[in-house]
Design a binder for this molecule. Structure first.
Ligand code: GLN
Length: 287
């Protein structure tokens, strides 16, 4: 079969299965299986695929058609220009979360200590460390399975070439229910993308997210604000003077989280919108 032919087959299978971005997903899966890129379809559509490639692609399309997220099939997701390993135990890094990392970057100084609460795949902490110098940090998560993924990502990103190589103290991953096992120290920056979907909204999420992503990374309890309350209250004990707390939030949580931070004594509280024009990040500094 020709490359283009099998792509058109995959595309139509995914369209029939009701996958939103069927053409993109069909192409990305074919590129994953054949180790090709975007150009291949444009320029080399006539090339033959091997029978193994065809078999692999048919399997991948069947999985995607059954609503398995694309990233669980390829095992990776790009985030902040870096490639992160993902599986069903971590939330796939979202483009929205790049907005959070970019805000933190604006305030991050060389040598800062960072705490990433609910680190999941580690994508926030690791990209902050990758794009800064001499910083170090702790990634905390309640899920041991997530920490295994974060450890693999740490190893992968630590191995990248950089002017100031990381050492064993650059990243520490801690199994912790929020702050319970976080060592008593003061951080310059605390950042968190906690679970923030209100429980009542969970049934409305796409099947890919609702069934295949970890519920413990999504469910923010009754009003979705459970983890913000806890993290705001506790982070005060873990921040240096004028240390900063950064959150990713849901589009309708800007006011509530800002109020919570103001009440807890945070200053200069700012809500930042994402590229879709929706409130996405709240941060403030602690006096
Ligand atoms: N933004 C994610 C979603 O919409 C939720 C992330 C979270 O709860 N931290 O699926």
């Amino acid at each position: 079969m020709k490359y283009k032919e099998i792509y058109l087959w995959g595309r139509s299978e995914l369209e029939q299965a009701g996958i939103g971005e069927f053409d993109l997903d069909a192409r990305l899966l074919l590129e994953f299986i054949c180790n090709t890129n975007r150009n291949t379809l444009l320029v080399y559509g006539d090339r033959e695929v091997t029978s193994e490639e065809e078999k692999g692609y048919r399997e991948a399309i069947a999985l995607r058609g059954s609503r398995i997220p694309l990233q669980h099939i390829t095992g990776v997701q790009e985030f902040m220009g870096l490639e992160f390993k993902v599986n069903k135990h971590v939330l796939c890094p979202r483009q929205d979360t790049e907005c959070l990392v970019e805000e933190v970057m604006r305030y991050l100084h060389d040598g800062n200590r960072i705490l990433d609460m609910c680190t999941g795949s580690g994508c926030i902490l690791l990209s902050l460390l990758h794009y800064s110098n001499h910083c170090s940090g702790i990634g905390a998560d309640i899920s041991k399975e997530a920490l295994t993924v974060a450890a693999e990502n740490t190893e992968k990103i630590a191995a990248m070439k950089r002017p100031n190589p990381w050492d064993e103290k650059t990243v520490e991953l801690i199994h912790s229910d929020l702050f319970s096992n976080v060592p008593e120290e003061k951080f310059d920056i605390i950042v968190s993308n906690p679970p923030y979907i209100a429980s009542a909204v969970i049934p409305t999420l796409m099947e890919e997210v609702r069934v295949h992503e970890p519920m413990s990374a999504l469910d923010g309890m009754e009003d979705g604000l459970f983890f913000y309350r806890k993290i705001v209250a506790e982070s005060r004990n873990y921040l240096v003077k004028e240390g900063m707390l950064f959150f990713e939030i849901g589009h309708d949580q800007g006011q509530a989280v800002s109020d919570m931070m103001a009440e807890a004594g945070f200053m200069e509280i700012t809500v930042v919108k994402d590229f879709a024009g929706l409130d996405r990040v709240v941060y403030g500094s602690y006096r």
